[in-house]
Design a protein around this ligand. Structure first.
Ligand code: TEU
Length: 542
């Protein structure tokens, strides 16, 4: 039988380096800062760190625009710092998963500088250049960051493709030279002893721009198999692809080990239930717990876990904070943050924690566009003002969905700038840092942090969390999600009230031992129980 890979029982912690810990007072987080917090992460209990980009970059999209894959941006430190980080992490049994942004580079990458310099450049076909059609863009493809995906370049009289900002030209994956250059670079990092790769918008690399095919293009899986063979395949690494367009069937294609592609993918179906169907994330729609329950269940049931794997997450650097988004970040902040943690971490798949989630950090509301840093929100604001939306409406969308919500500096303690930096941070610190910070959470045995710690321990110590089957309990009110995990004779029950109201709950199960809860009182008669607002618990049952 195949050995259980380490990443199936692992919990991974995402660091957004710009906002994690500054060590030199310039207001920007850095690698020495991260090293100084490794003991904290070890106490939390995580197995690996997904490190958002630290490569050399002009920073138009906070590092997702890479100018040199084999150099560290000076604002984050040096390659020596990076090597030290990898080895200090290893001492604590923590692996480093690098962010691999290879759908595009920065327009400052030497490949692009050469590519745009002349039609005869040896690097011309590293990118996607097309002639104007009737003096206009070659077709209707649009950028995720607003406007056309085509940018005209006067010097050589052609357009280049950019699915993100114009400073992020798309690489031409149909060119074998591009693929080999990327594989070489990946091997550079593998040789440094990293733990794997998180692959940015990997479902775009098989694109066919002439047919206006963006994600899940015809060559996608072929490229991933090739990459597997030429880079991480023979090593014990984990890989997770960011795939906004994955269905359970597609996720299976990526993650079935027999296909030799990736370990798992991030899929975003649940993250889109609060937007209007067919519209953008800014077009808000009310959160309905029953829809979340349906989507989570669908993925638990439809992915064949014997031949595939899923990831579990509420948050990342592109998403609003879960406790503000679907919980209650005021009166029930602690309780609802714990409820979301318990609900997610006892599902099947590999959980990811985004920095600050483990202390229940919240969104940062703004009142004017001047307070916004993120390129996606800024461009959307301009575009929507031009098409007649009111300022108030747009600001509301940004407050609910904007990416800066998750990017405010980590709140470590009560000192100036929340202990993040000695100098003025690059992005505002949330004013609630006096109440919500790591020091306060560590001093309180009932904190959100301690719930995350316990959940990680439960996963490490109980194969049922990793391997047990999942069965939804069907007969619940729409606001309650409850499920069983079963492995051999062992049976666990997990119950979560996703609403801020009392709810009734009923099951024939009898509790043998309570494993975890977010309020002191567990209903003693499960045949006719009343759950408090946002109540959640996990128990071994008979
Ligand atoms: O994100 C992919 C992406 O499409 C996001 O921009 C996301 O769709 C958006 O926030 C939702 O509206 C990845 C990175 O995670 C993101 O930070 C980068 O900006 C993007 O790729 C480009 O590299």
């Amino acid at each position: 039988m195949r050995m259980q890979p380490w990443w199936q029982s692992a919990v991974i912690y995402q660091i957004y380096p710009k906002s994690f810990q500054d060590s030199n007072g310039d207001g920007v987080g850095d690698i020495p800062g991260i090293i100084s917090r490794l003991d904290y992460l070890q106490q939390l209990g995580i197995d690996a760190i997904w490190l958002s980009p630290v490569y050399q970059s002009p920073g138009e999209d906070n590092g997702y625009d890479i100018a040199n894959y084999e150099a560290i941006d000076p604002q984050f430190g040096t390659m020596a710092d990076m090597d030290q980080f990898i080895s200090e992490a290893r001492k604590r049994h923590i692996r480093i998963v690098m962010d691999l942004v290879v759908n595009h580079t920065s327009d400052q990458h030497e490949w692009f500088l050469s590519s745009r310099s002349s039609r005869d450049s040896p690097y011309r076909d590293f990118y996607i250049w097309r002639d104007p059609v009737d003096g206009h863009e070659p077709n209707q493809l649009t950028s995720t960051f607003s406007g056309s995906a085509w940018q005209f370049d006067k010097k050589t009289g052609q357009y280049y493709l950019h699915f993100f900002g114009p400073g992020q030209p798309d690489l031409n994956w149909s060119n074998p030279q591009v693929r080999n250059a990327i594989y070489q670079m990946m091997n550079f990092w593998i040789d440094k002893g990293i733990g794997g790769f998180r692959m940015d918008v990997i479902d775009l690399i098989g694109k066919d721009p002439d047919l206006e095919i963006r994600e899940n293009g015809p060559s996608l899986h072929q490229y991933l198999k090739e990459m597997h063979g030429k880079t991480f395949g023979p090593h014990d690494l984990m890989t997770v692809g960011e795939t906004w367009g994955a269905t359970p069937k597609i996720a299976q294609q990526y993650s079935d080990p027999r296909r030799e592609e990736l370990s798992m993918v991030f899929q975003f179906e649940a993250m889109q239930i609060d937007q209007q169907p067919g519209k953008e994330k800014w077009d808000l729609r009310k959160f309905r717990p029953v829809e979340l329950k349906q989507v989570l269940t669908k993925w638990q049931e439809q992915l064949d876990y014997a031949h595939g794997w899923n990831s579990l997450f509420w948050n990342n650097h592109d998403l609003p904070r879960i406790v503000s988004r679907w919980g209650d970040d005021q009166k029930y902040r602690v309780r609802s943050a714990k409820m979301f943690a318990i609900l997610l971490h006892l599902l099947r798949g590999t959980p990811y924690i985004y920095q600050g989630e483990e202390i229940g950090m919240t969104n940062y509301p703004i009142s004017s566009i001047d307070e916004v840093n993120d390129v996606e929100s800024v461009n959307m604001y301009r575009e929507r003002i031009a098409s007649g939306y009111s300022k108030a409406e747009i600001i509301q969308s940004i407050n609910v969905k904007g990416r800066d919500n998750a990017r405010t500096p980590m709140q470590w303690n009560e000192s100036a700038y929340a202990g993040f930096s000695a100098g003025k941070p690059w992005l505002h610190v949330n004013n609630n840092f006096h109440a919500i910070n790591v020091a306060a959470a560590r001093a309180d045995s009932n904190s959100v942090f301690s719930t995350y710690q316990q959940l990680i321990r439960l996963r490490h110590n109980n194969p049922i969390v990793v391997k047990g089957s999942f069965d939804l309990i069907n007969h619940t009110v729409p606001e309650v999600m409850a499920y069983h995990r079963v492995l051999g004779d062992e049976r666990w029950l997990v119950v979560a009230n996703l609403s801020g109201h009392k709810q009734f709950f009923k099951t024939e199960d009898q509790i043998k031992k309570v494993l975890l809860n977010n309020i002191d009182t567990i209903p003693d008669d499960l045949q006719n129980a009343e759950l408090a607002p946002y109540q959640a618990f996990a128990a071994i049952i008979v």
